[in-house]
Structures are given as structure tokens and as C-alpha cells.
Design a protein. Structure first.
Length: 282
């Protein structure tokens, strides 16, 4: 079985109406990005003894430094002009814990003074990450090809986890512990989990996070043996449809520039709202 990409993409495009990027939308999506990341980290923080070293330090109500022994959670998000004096203190905080953070800079918040301070402290601009947005059409019909299932039971959660660890390439020796760590995702407030199947087999997984009228299309992955069959587009379409039904006015996601994920989002009608620059230790 293989999805008909042309028909699927046409239906998915019908689900999104034109949206104009703005500073307000950027700030709203950035806040939801932070909220979702902290929600994930809180699951790990509850493990006995906090073995992954979850920690947070808020600069103000919109900017935060996130710490973990997992690099993907060691992020400084939301800094803007006027926060230059906080950077050295944050760098020292990470170094005291042996953590190498990534400082994320976004247009609209960035100022050259932030870049100069990061450079002075031994950081350099090492990469980019694209943020894309869309506006769900409220009355649009569903375009689910019939292979995407929302995770609502423990058994379905196991299928989700099987697809997830395969898609993200988690080493076999670590899979059992990983599954123990993240089974609580099923009951996280604001989360909806989805598993894609082919002939009944779990093939792909993804998350939808809803908060403050915004839907985050998060953490999608497909098992290598099931790639190039259209699962990522199908997961995008299902989550956009469910976000529209929940009454959000904006959906967003992120990807490496020009990656397959980036192209899939563009195909279904999402558009770039900004490109963030990533600053890491030199």
C-alpha cells in the first residue's frame, strides 16, 4: 500500500488558509514552543533522583535557559535586545554543570549586541532552524487517509513508542528505558499523540500540543523502512485537522532548512515565519 501523494497534498492544502507572519505570531509560537519543551522536561524531572539533570533558569517571563544532559533540551530561548548582561551568567551556569548549551536567536528579538556578547564568550553561529506556520481552515473536511490513529489506550501507546524509537534511531540497548521514561506522555495536559500504520504495523509517530489558541505540530518521525510513503504529510494533515476542531487560530512546526520535513510542510501550505540562528560553543 502506498499513499497517493498528489491527492493527499491537494486535500491538505485545503485545510490551511493564508497567514501573514508577524511579531505577535512569532512571540505566541515561541511561548508555546517553550511550554511544550518544559512539559517534556517535567516528565523526565519526575524520574527518581532526576537522573537526566533537568533544570531551568528564567531570565524573565518570556526568556528561559533549559538544562539537561540531553543536548536537545539544553537551549536558551527567547533572549532579546537588553538581555546581553545575562548571557555570561548563563554561560557560567552551564559550564558549572558540564553542559554545552545552544543559544537560539530569532528575528525580531535579535540584536547585534547579543551576537557580540556570545562571540566574546566563545560561541559562534553554527546552524539554522526554520519555523513554519499555518492557519487551519475551520470548516475544512478531514483528509486523513485512514492510517493515522490517535493514541488513547496503553496498547496503542506501545505501538506509538515502537514507531518512535525506530524513527529516531534510538539504540536497541536504550529502548526499554526510554519507553519507561516517556510512557507518561499519554497523560500530559494539552498533548495528543498519533501513530501511523501500514497493514496494521506501527510505522510513524507524532505529537500535537495545544495551548493558548496555538497548535504545535511536534516531534514527528517515521521508521526507516516506512519512509517515502507519505506518513509525514498524513500526520501533518491529521494534526492540523484536529487543531482546527479544537479552535486554534495558528499551527506551527519546525525543521532543518530544506529538509524533507521542511518540504512536506511547504507542500501542505505552511509558510516560513522566521529562521532562527543557533549559537554553540566554539
Amino acid at each position: 500500500m502506498q499513499f497517493l501523494r498528489t491527492d493527499k497534498d491537494t486535500k491538505a492544502n485545503n485545510r490551511l488558509s493564508a497567514v501573514v507572519p508577524s511579531l505577535d505570531r512569532m512571540q505566541r509560537t515561541l511561548a508555546v514552543d517553550i511550554s511544550y519543551t518544559i512539559s517534556r522536561m517535567e516528565v523526565l524531572e519526575r524520574l527518581p533522583g532526576n537522573p537526566i539533570g533537568i533544570n531551568y533558569r528564567w531570565v524573565d517571563e518570556t526568556a528561559v535557559a533549559l538544562m539537561s544532559r540531553l543536548p536537545s533540551f539544553s537551549r536558551v530561548v527567547g533572549l532579546r535586545a537588553g538581555h546581553e548582561q545575562h548571557i555570561e551568567e548563563l554561560v557560567c551556569w552551564y559550564r558549572e554543570h558540564g553542559i554545552k548549551p545552544t543559544f537560539e536567536m530569532v528575528p525580531g528579538h535579535y540584536a547585534a549586541s547579543l551576537g557580540r556578547e556570545l562571540t566574546r564568550l566563545g560561541f559562534f553561529q553554527s546552524g539554522f532552524h526554520v519555523s513554519l506556520i499555518g492557519e487551519p481552515a475551520r470548516a475544512a473536511p478531514g483528509a486523513d487517509p485512514g492510517t493515522i490513529e490517535e493514541v488513547v489506550t496503553p496498547d496503542t501507546m506501545e505501538d506509538y513508542l515502537d514507531a518512535y524509537v525506530a524513527g529516531w534511531g534510538i539504540a536497541e540497548k536504550d529502548q526499554a528505558q526510554f519507553k519507561v521514561n516517556v510512557r507518561p506522555w499519554l497523560n500530559q495536559a494539552g498533548w495528543s499523540l498519533y501513530v501511523g500504520r501500514l497493514n496494521g504495523q506501527p510505522a510513524a509517530a507524532a505529537t500535537l500540543y495545544l495551548k493558548d489558541g496555538v497548535g504545535y505540530l511536534a516531534d514527528a518521525t517515521t521508521s526507516p523502512v516506512f519512509r517515502r510513503l507519505g506518513f509525514q504529510s498524513a500526520l501533518l494533515g491529521r494534526r492540523i485537522s484536529d487543531a482546527a476542531a479544537a479552535g486554534v487560530d495558528t499551527v506551527f512546526s519546525g525543521a532543518a532548512p530544506f529538509s524533507t520535513s521542511h518540504r512536506n510542510m511547504e507542500r501542505i501550505g505552511m509558510r516560513v515565519q522566521f529562521v532562527r540562528s543557533l549559537w554553540t560553543p566554539n
